[in-house]
Design a protein around this ligand. Structure first.
Ligand SMILES: Cc1ncc(COP(=O)(O)O)c(C=O)c1O
Length: 377
């Protein structure tokens, strides 16, 4: 391998994970969530691999993500759900992208665009069942349903979906889970009584897909598990659930040198060598998504062993102390990966930092080239 740094993405792992999640989903369809550049894995290759693995839908947050998928010729059903007033919807409606609506005002804006696009928009009405983030509250739900049905009667919309999102599905047994399901069922019942005939009702993220058969409805919407990362850390590593992490982040040592005892290392001298030792320079920094909070904390794998980052993580680089072990400039360092060779996983990094693996993989920067293996034949 000649590159200095790389995000290696195992597309076979994504295909495998989707196929395995489909088994967990029973008769429900599967929408693979590929927002945030496919959780950092590259939206187009991740989307293609997910579809090859059996995803019948794709889900994204932003209109540009939806445009990007359609421009790449990916034409499976696609739901997009996050935008503010004043955005341009006409072209995405013309491209057959399904849109979420959470208020009567949003229905009005989107259906006006559908009029201009000359095509009815496929709408998914979003219920806030207790996350208090997106979606219409139970109080606002009847007005949303009414606005959507009026737009449907005018030929500007087809209401195809009723949906919501869990707050605590990653904490099995959390009382909010049945409470949200109850509110969702009420919202579905109200909409259906008013005349909505949804193609799909959906609420389940990865954690719910794996643990809540009663929440599958017609479609599940996993994201993190598609990439093989732990949806419910309390249940143990994702590999125990049959999932395979798809991303490996590597860098090659840019420089290796011997220094004496007592050398202050990196900005602020937050690390000092205890004895004469070998330092290795890893050409990745916080501009690449290596958290600066990982200073003297995060572990990486070099020369077959885990090593803690020595001193401050800089913008483009950090240092490791390998003692008297034999390393050379150009040797590979694995920052995180599936864990097969004893290297840390993104979940390990998340736990060391007090965050979630989602944040680790989605923040790996654009300047690191993505390389792909395990392509579909
Ligand atoms: C609306 C929505 N659905 C589904 C998902 C997928 O969730 P997860 O990655 O936990 O499976 C997300 C991700 O945050 C989301 O925002």
């Amino acid at each position: 391998m000649s590159v200095t740094t790389a995000v290696q993405v195992d597309l076979a792992a994504i295909r495998h994970n989707v196929a395995s999640l489909r088994e967990s989903a029973g008769d429900a369809g599967l929408m693979a969530v590929v927002k945030a550049d496919g959780y950092g894995h590259g939206i187009i290759p991740a989307a293609r691999a997910a579809v090859a693995g059996g995803a019948s839908w794709l889900g994204v947050a932003t209109l540009d993500e939806a445009r990007n998928l359609r421009r790449a010729g990916i034409d499976v059903p696609l739901l997009c759900w996050l935008y503010a007033p004043g955005e341009r919807f006409d072209d995405v409606i013309a491209a057959g992208v399904d849109l979420s609506a959470a208020s009567a005002g949003q229905v009005a804006e989107i259906t006006q665009a559908a009029g201009r696009a000359g095509r009815p928009v496929r709408l998914h009405l979003k219920a806030d069942t207790g996350l208090s983030r997106g979606g219409a509250t139970p109080g606002d739900w009847p007005a949303l349903v009414d606005a959507a049905l009026r737009a449907q009667a005018e030929g500007l919309a087809t209401v195809v979906g009723l949906w919501s999102h869990f707050a605590c599905a990653d904490e099995p047994g959390h009382p909010s889970i049945p409470a949200q399901l109850g509110v969702f069922d009420d919202a579905v019942e109200l909409a259906e009584k008013a005349g909505v005939r949804p193609e799909v009702r959906h609420i389940s993220n990865s954690a719910a897909t794996l643990t809540l058969p009663e929440a599958r409805y017609d479609l599940v919407r996993p994201g993190i598990a598609v990439y093989g990362l732990d949806p419910i850390p309390a249940l143990g590593p994702a590999r125990r659930l049959g999932l395979r992490p798809a991303m490996t982040l590597t860098g090659r040592l840019a420089l290796v040198k011997r220094v004496g005892a007592g050398a202050g290392v990196s900005y602020g001298h937050r690390y000092t060598t205890a004895a004469e030792t070998t330092l290795g320079l890893v050409p990745l920094g916080y501009a690449d998504g290596i958290p600066r909070l990982g200073t003297n904390l995060l572990q990486v794998q070099a020369a077959g062993k885990r090593r803690r980052i020595a001193g401050t993580v800089c913008m483009d680089q950090f240092v490791i102390d390998v003692g008297d072990d034999a390393v050379e400039a150009g040797d590979e360092v694995i920052l995180f990966g599936p864990g097969d060779q004893g290297e840390p996983t993104a979940q390990d990094w998340a736990e060391m930092l007090g965050t979630i693996s989602y944040e680790i993989v989605t923040r790996i920067g654009a300047r690191i080239p993505r390389t792909y293996g395990g392509e579909t034949e």
